[in-house]
Design a protein around this ligand. Structure first.
Ligand code: GCU
Length: 617
């Protein structure tokens, strides 16, 4: 890959000087960043620090004369310096009062394999691994630490939740190398986490991986001692169990609480957290079976276990009940676990949202989810990484916005998408006010545009199964993944009301009432909850089929308009070239989606577009 990453920090354009290798704690880095930034800016302003260890990650910024005082703990002061820079660059008011992160654990999960591939990665190969060994540039990893700290992210899991060989050895003979990475990131307040394979004892001479077998628990205790002996500040383990063919406690007739607690107890003495993913469903479903409904699966499995998990277990729940789709209702599990610590999981990697080719700024999606989410028990946040070895880190230069914004939302889930996008644009580019507004509007609208030309009204899964890019309304229809649209000549969708699969009953009464009636259900989720005839009359008087056609025609026009806007923006040369190349592909993709989806539905419904626009036969 190219070497341009050094000069392309993705944002914080003002940070030109790499952080020297000899700085080894957040306070030293804070001091360095403050000095070089203010020198670079030639502002003549000074920064002084007051450290209060008890403030830990918190900080406060005050102005004093023509300088600033930043008080905080470690790494709080460092977060304070970056917050100051972000605000100065964005022309925003300085945050007032003590700033404390809303989510204590703010995680990025890399889905990197040791062969160098990245599962669902769209920004080049792994930044950590190649040819089944570690292969990274320490300077680049320091730069990564800096990027993460600059938006307050504090935990990084370096290996895929699907633990393929030889990643098992991250817990034994590769430990010293894991510690080397931990040491590179420590000055930035970033702690490592490791994905583990539940069946590891079995691969190491124990006869079983049964969590209730004392030999298994002992094996994990011993392993935990060794792991934390090598990396004392390791944040914890991340586990994908009984999910998409990964091993788990079910094989031994044990519950997920038994499985998770056994591991949690092994790591509790070292302060480790056990992050247990709730992405569990039947991935071997017979499509003929209409009683099983995949969105129900996680709640049905975990809700009865509420209260059974140890305090250092965090159940990590994807934001919607399916799988990182463009539009889903919030997962009912996030609303229904009063006695369990939860993490909400987002996906920065644009698996179902355009592969970092099509524009998809995520803040509006997250805004919807945060607005629906019960916040009391959700005390951690995770996101699948969108990073790779590409020069600009994220494939599409604008995809960096999603990482930036994720960090900001993890501190302030009530942030406004527009403000966060503005902050990113101003920290990344030097544009005139008018150009800036154009770019902000384009990014803000991008999710809505993508949504219009892809699967309609919350229906989901009309994407090509191979790779998840481009349209294929039949692609998932007769498969084992539990993802069906069940379109026929009369109707489309799955009835998830109590007359149907009953999924809607997993929501608290207020939500259930809203969703179960197609006349009150928000339009954008209509086909998530309902099976409806094509002549169903929508709130605005259009028929369902006409709304589907309209969205697809409008989505393409909007993509074409975005392309025009983008061409006129004076971005730095490399970003402009990369963004325009991808925009061409996006427009082609949008046209393909429009024609395939509209044709699919016209063939079934036999209804023409009332405006006489072209739909193929
Ligand atoms: C999706 C994705 C997989 C991934 C899985 C997960 O299904 O396609 O590649 O492993 O999510 O979140 O574990």
């Amino acid at each position: 890959m190219n070497k341009t990453w050094e000069s392309r920090l993705a944002w914080l354009k003002a940070l030109k000087t790499p952080v020297p290798a000899e700085l080894n704690n957040p306070l030293e880095v804070a001091d360095f960043e403050a000095k070089t930034y203010l020198n670079f800016e030639k502002t003549g302003r000074s920064v002084c620090f007051k450290t209060y260890p008890a403030m830990k990650e918190s900080y406060a910024i005050e102005t004093a004369g023509d300088g600033y005082i930043i008080s905080g703990g470690q790494p709080g002061v460092l977060y304070g310096v970056y917050a100051l820079m972000r605000a100065l660059e964005a022309g925003e008011k300085l945050p007032s009062g003590v700033q404390k992160p809303y989510y204590p654990l703010r995680m990025i999960d890399c889905w990197d394999n040791m062969d160098g591939s990245v599962e669902r990665g769209y920004a080049g190969r792994s930044i950590w691994f190649e040819e089944n060994r570690f292969d990274y540039d320490p300077a680049r990893i320091r730069q990564l630490g800096r990027m993460l700290a600059s938006v307050g992210i504090n935990v990084l899991c370096i290996n895929n939740v699907n633990v393929h060989q030889p990643a098992q050895h991250l817990l034994d003979n590769l430990l010293p190398q894991v510690e080397q990475i931990a040491a590179l990131l420590r000055p930035f307040g970033v702690r490592l986490m490791l994905s583990i394979d539940f069946s590891l004892p079995l691969q190491n001479g124990v006869e079983t991986a049964d969590p209730e077998d004392p030999a298994v628990a002992d094996w994990w205790k011993k392993r935990a001692r060794e792991v934390w002996g090598a990396i004392p500040d390791l944040a914890g383990f991340l586990v994908k169990a009984d999910s998409e063919h990964r091993p788990g406690p079910n094989a031994y007739g044990r519950t997920h609480a038994q499985g998770a607690n056994m591991l949690a107890r092994a790591i509790a003495p070292f302060g480790g957290v056990l992050v247990w993913r709730a992405f569990v469903y039947n991935c071997m479903q017979d499509w003929r079976d209409t009683n099983t409904d995949r969105p129900r699966a996680a709640y049905d499995l975990y809700q009865p276990l509420d209260g059974a998990f140890d305090e250092n277990v965090i159940l990590q729940v994807k934001y919607g009940p399916y799988d990182f789709q463009v539009r889903e209702p919030v997962s009912p599990l996030l609303l229904g676990m009063e006695k369990t610590r939860l993490a909400v999981e987002f996906q920065l990697a644009q698996e179902y949202t355009g592969h970092q080719i099509d524009l998809f700024a995520m803040p509006p999606l997250w805004r919807d989810i945060f607005d629906q989410m019960g916040k009391e028990r959700v005390r951690a946040i995770a996101a699948v990484s969108n990073l790779g070895r590409d020069g600009n880190w994220t494939g599409h230069p604008f995809a960096a916005l999603n990482l930036f914004a994720y960090g900001i939302f993890a501190w302030k889930p009530d942030a406004s998408p527009q403000q966060v996008i503005r902050a990113w644009v101003r920290n990344t580019y030097n544009l005139s006010e008018q150009d800036e507004e154009q770019l902000i509007d384009l990014l803000l609208a991008s999710r809505g545009v993508y949504e219009k030309y892809t699967a309609p009204l919350g229906l989901c899964w009309m994407v090509r199964p191979e790779g998840h890019y481009g349209p294929s309304p039949y692609g998932y229809e007769f498969q084992a993944w539990g993802t069906y649209n069940r379109a026929d000549r009369n109707a489309v969708g799955v009835d998830r009301t109590e007359r149907g699969t009953g999924y809607v009953a997993q929501y608290p009464p207020k939500w259930k009432k809203l969703y179960e009636n197609p006349h009150t259900c928000p339009d954008e989720l209509l086909l998530f909850f309902h099976r409806l005839p094509y002549d169903f009359v929508m709130k605005d008087g259009r028929t369902l089929i006409q709304r589907i056609y309209d969205d697809h025609f409008e989505g393409v026009v909007a993509a074409e308009t975005m392309a025009e806007t983008l061409k006129a923006l004076p971005l730095p040369e490399e970003d402009r070239r990369e963004a325009l190349e991808r925009m061409d592909l996006q427009v082609q993709n949008a046209r393909e989606w429009r024609d395939v989806i509209n044709t699919f539905f016209r063939r079934f419904s036999g209804v023409d577009d009332v405006h006489g626009r072209k739909i193929y036969d």
